[in-house]
Design a protein around this ligand. Structure first.
Ligand code: NAP
Length: 438
């Protein structure tokens, strides 16, 4: 056996991901040593309760509740506790004591990323976070390294497995949101409190991380426009299918212009209509996918498991091997490039195509009124479909209008929809959805 230098590894957290990381570190110790050119000695595992049952068979003597002492003298600290505190404090302690850090903590990176990357820069250490954006899918390294010589134009990501599972079952089975959510909770795909997933918070954190990397800009979480999927119902799903689309919760990170003087980006999360012919439309179940468009490389798609203990552990261990190699080789760390420092524009300035579904009085002149309001609001109609949904005893019934627009500015569109709603001819604005990926 090769006589490698030994690196001391501290693991913080032994939950779904941490317990699998610990088990794999021990099971594949020799192989990992050959790849890292260092023996990775698991020095200890910090948890809240040393006697709690674990998903992997791990020696009791590895566990401690004293994370601070465990970090002292470690070469690599793997943070898999989640949450902001005490994870932030432990990561800063680790960096300041010269350790490299591996983390999967999207909530922390999306809110305190700059502070953590600056701290790493100051001491010449590195922070690795491949598992923070889409679980097992390699997307951080491709954005940071493989595409470092290219210019990313747009990222469209399905980065939350729970919402994709819900929307996929609504689409394929015609099920209602509440029923599928209850199933997802029973199956363990969704938390008892599903807010972080269904309201788009989790996807927004990942969008902030991806956009920061892709556009070499520090994107704060509060600059990410966020909408969840709780308004999506069976009728919207059916209408989308009828029109050749599927509804997906997308994280969209977009470079708005290539003109250097006015360059800006938009980062947004919302349910959007995706053409059924687009590769993202075939992402089923709880899977994730990130579709990247780069100036020179063209279209790239990264697909796979966006969560799961052992799947996520794969990405974490890849980072541990990278951290170990760097620790042995020395030199400056991977570093975060935020020099472009592009402004993030508010959602009102973004242009996309829309599909507006209205219920209107089915009588002469209504279509002309609707068309007039759209044109006054600078919203140009690309397609229009009308169906009568109700008619009673010779009285005017209700017609459903599905209006596909050309690209329109979000602010113009929302003001126009308000005017339509107040026009007297529109009974109900059924839905307004952006169209992405066509
Ligand atoms: P988890 O199952 O909730 O486990 C958290 C672990 O951290 C537990 O072992 C817990 O100890 C420990 N811990 C929490 N607070 C602590 C504290 N104050 N001091 C010491 N230990 C503490 O979490 P997880 O699902 O493994 O997720 C870990 C991280 O990976 C999170 O940042 C998450 O966002 C990220 N991630 C998870 C997945 C996934 O599929 N689960 C996917 C991608 C990224 P006890 O066990 O003693 O309570």
């Amino acid at each position: 056996m090769t006589d490698y230098r030994t690196l001391r590894v501290a693991l913080l957290g032994a939950g779904a991901v941490g317990s699998q990381v610990a088990a794999l570190l021990r099971r594949h110790a020799d192989e990992l040593a050959d790849r890292a050119e260092a023996r990775l000695e698991l020095a200890g595992i910090a948890v809240r309760d040393v006697d709690a049952p674990r998903e992997a068979d791990l020696p009791r003597e590895l566990f401690t509740t004293d994370a601070e002492t465990l970090i002292v003298g470690s070469d690599i600290v793997i943070e898999l506790m989640g949450g902001i505190e005490p994870a932030r404090t432990y990561i800063l302690q680790a960096l300041n004591s010269g350790a490299d850090v591996v983390t999967a903590n999207k909530a922390l990176l999306a809110t305190h990323g700059s502070e953590i990357f600056d701290a790493a820069d100051q001491v010449g250490a590195s922070v690795y976070y491949e598992a923070a954006a889409a679980g097992a899918i390699p997307i951080i390294r491709p954005l940071r390294d493989s595409l470092a010589g290219d210019r990313v134009v747009r990222i469209m990501g399905i980065v939350n497995g729970t919402t994709n599972y819900i929307l996929d079952r609504m689409d394929t089975e015609g099920a209602e949101f509440a029923d599928v959510l209850a199933d997802a909770q029973a199956l363990g795909y969704a938390e008892a409190d599903p807010t972080a997933d269904v309201e788009g918070y989790d996807a927004a954190q990942k969008a902030a991380i991806l956009a920061s990397l892709a556009f070499h800009t520090s994107v704060p979480l509060d600059a990410v426009h966020r909408e969840g999927i709780t308004q999506v119902d069976k009728a919207m799903m059916d209408a989308a299918r009828h029109a050749g689309y599927v509804i997906k919760l997308l994280a969209v990170c977009e470079r708005l212009t290539t003109d250097a003087a006015t360059e800006a980006i938009s980062v947004r999360v919302y349910p959007a209509l995706v053409p059924r012919t687009h590769p993202l439309a075939s992402v089923h179940g709880a899977n994730n996918a990130v579709f990247v468009q780069a100036e020179a490389a063209g279209n790239l798609m990264f697909y796979g498991a966006g969560a799961g203990g052992v799947q996520t552990a794969s990405a974490v261990l890849g980072d541990v091997v990278s951290a170990a190699r760097r620790h042995i080789a020395g030199g400056v760390g991977v570093g975060e490039s935020t020099r472009a420092n592009l402004p993030v524009v508010p959602i009102g300035h973004v242009t996309t195509r829309y599909q507006i579904t209205l219920e209107v009085d089915d009588r002469p002149g209504v279509l002309a009124t609707v068309a007039g309001i759209l044109s006054d609001g600078r919203v140009s109609v690309a397609t229009l479909e009308q169906t009568v949904v109700a008619e009673a005893n010779g009285h005017p019934g209700v017609a459903r209008l599905v209006i596909g627009t050309h690209r329109a500015r979000e602010q113009d569109l929302s003001e126009t929809v308000e005017r339509l709603a107040a026009s007297g001819v529109v009974e109900r604005v059924v839905s307004v959805l952006r169209v992405e990926g066509d």
